[in-house]
Write a protein that binds this ligand. Structure first.
Ligand SMILES: Cc1cc2nc3c(=O)[nH]c(=O)nc-3n(C[C@H](O)[C@H](O)[C@H](O)COP(=O)(O)OP(=O)(O)OC[C@H]3O[C@@H](n4cnc5c(N)ncnc54)[C@H](O)[C@@H]3O)c2cc1C
Length: 399
């Protein structure tokens, strides 16, 4: 195949041009779950009670600053429209088709990159603090099992406490999603995929993607630290920076920029598997650096908060489950989930330029989906029939 420049070395792009080393941005800071259970993407809530709790600031799932709302308005309206039940069902069918491939596409990369020691194949658990919430979750899990074959086990408080001996409060029990894989150092896994790419003959270059231009001969060119690189094809895999980058080429891809935070804690008793605390909308995961808490979605301005309210609330809630210990970092890490308003990633040819390919917008599950959608893109680029129908993800839906 012809030469290809891939811009961005997160999980979606682990490859050629990045301003830093692979896996140092969003693909570093996530909860590390390869979410084969996430067959339905995160819809925008449409029920009055949830919307009210977001509006008055009591929800820990979503936080916003009113003054910054106008900058999110267009994307949020489109997100709302796509979250209507009939549309959401159609979108979920497409989403489930790529989620179904996630672990199978990671598997050979994990083996060849020799990072088995970072991965556990035992799922993760969602804690429910109240019986009513647990009952609702069991009913929903039964539905997902019937519709999509998602495997789960409902754990009683006693079973949950036995599985996680460090917990002082197992609540009303947990849903154990059995099929997902969990990674104790997502940044290192992403970097290892980048190293594998180099071992297989790829080159990693440092440079600013904004230098991309078309040469007189029609090739794409970026300027890397060691000089210009030309290629017939270029892939934009710049995660949350993708829409802004593409504006220069006349494309408008609205993005719902959901910031999330994380921080590590030196807990005494480590968890076996990650836990999502449903009532408080955070994940606590055993990681190489300690217990990592990751937060829900923040819709605010360009700058992350020094001490975000969602993290403070998550710390308080997690402290009722187990002793967290002192924080490892002085300041929390922050990154942005690159969410498209229709909840589907953008995969395929850019409508107005030959040789320009798009691979971004993986939202809440980019760590899960990177390899699965990269295969789809590679098949589109080489003229093969994609192994999963690519039509729902085509970039021209935003043209
Ligand atoms: C708190 C949190 C928890 C999450 N938990 C999970 C989870 O458990 N499971 C899951 O599947 N997903 C999770 N996600 C989502 C997931 O992390 C993202 O969807 C995914 O990392 C996006 O990968 P990416 O490669 O598209 O973007 P990135 O990883 O951000 O990569 C983009 C790359 O582009 C580079 N770049 C940007 N601009 C330029 C430029 N001008 N020049 C050169 N390089 C540039 C950056 O340096 C970066 O390396 C979570 C996200 C957050 C924030």
């Amino acid at each position: 195949m012809a030469n290809v420049i891939v811009l961005g070395a997160g999980m979606a792009g682990v490859s050629l041009i990045d301003r830093t080393e692979p896996g140092l941005e969003t693909s570093y800071g996530n909860a590390g779950i390869i979410q084969s259970e996430a067959v339905e993407p995160y819809a925008m809530p449409r029920d009055i009670a949830t919307l009210l709790s977001i509006a008055i600031g009591t929800s820990n799932a979503v936080h916003y600053r009113p003054l910054t709302l106008p900058q999110h308005l267009n994307s949020l309206l489109s997100y709302w429209w796509n979250s209507a039940p009939a549309r959401y069902r159609r979108i979920s069918k497409a989403y489930a088709s790529i989620i179904a491939q996630a672990t199978a596409e990671h598997a050979p990369l994990i083996a060849e990159a020799q990072v088995e020691h970072l991965v556990r194949r035992e799922g993760f658990r969602v804690l429910h603090r109240a019986q009513a919430s647990m009952d609702k979750a069991v009913a929903n899990a039964e539905r997902l099992k019937a519709e999509y074959g998602v495997a789960f086990k409902a754990l009683s408080p006693e079973e949950f406490a036995k599985a996680e001996p460090a917990l002082v409060n197992p609540g009303a029990g947990a849903i154990h999603w059995l099929a997902p894989w969990t990674v104790r150092d997502p940044g290192t896994l992403t970097a290892a995929y980048g190293q594998l790419f180099q071992r297989l003959g790829g080159t990693l270059a440092h440079g600013d993607a904004d230098s991309l231009q078309r040469t007189a001969s029609g090739a794409w060119q970026v300027t890397a630290a060691d000089g210009p690189i030309d290629a017939e094809h270029v892939v934009v895999a710049l995660g949350p920076w993708s829409s802004q980058f593409l504006a220069r080429f006349g494309y408008f891809f609205p993005m719902v920029r959901k910031r999330g935070y994380h921080r590590h804690y030196r807990a005494q008793g480590m968890l076996e598997l990650p836990i999502m605390d449903d009532a408080n909308s955070y994940v606590i995961a055993p990681m190489a650096k300690g217990l990592r808490i990751t937060t829900g979605a923040e819709l605010t301005g360009d700058e992350p908060n020094a001490m975000p309210i969602q993290l403070r609330r998550a710390e308080e809630a997690a402290s009722t489950l187990l002793p967290l210990g002192a924080p490892v970092e002085n300041r929390p890490w922050a990154g942005v989930r690159p969410c498209m308003p229709d909840m589907l990633p953008v995969i395929g040819a850019a409508p107005k330029h030959t040789g320009l390919w798009l691979h971004f917008g993986h939202g809440h599950q980019g760590f899960t989906l990177g390899p699965a959608t990269a295969r789809m893109l590679a098949e589109l680029m080489t003229g093969e029939t994609p192994y999963v129908p690519a039509e729902p993800f085509r970039p021209s839906r935003y043209a």
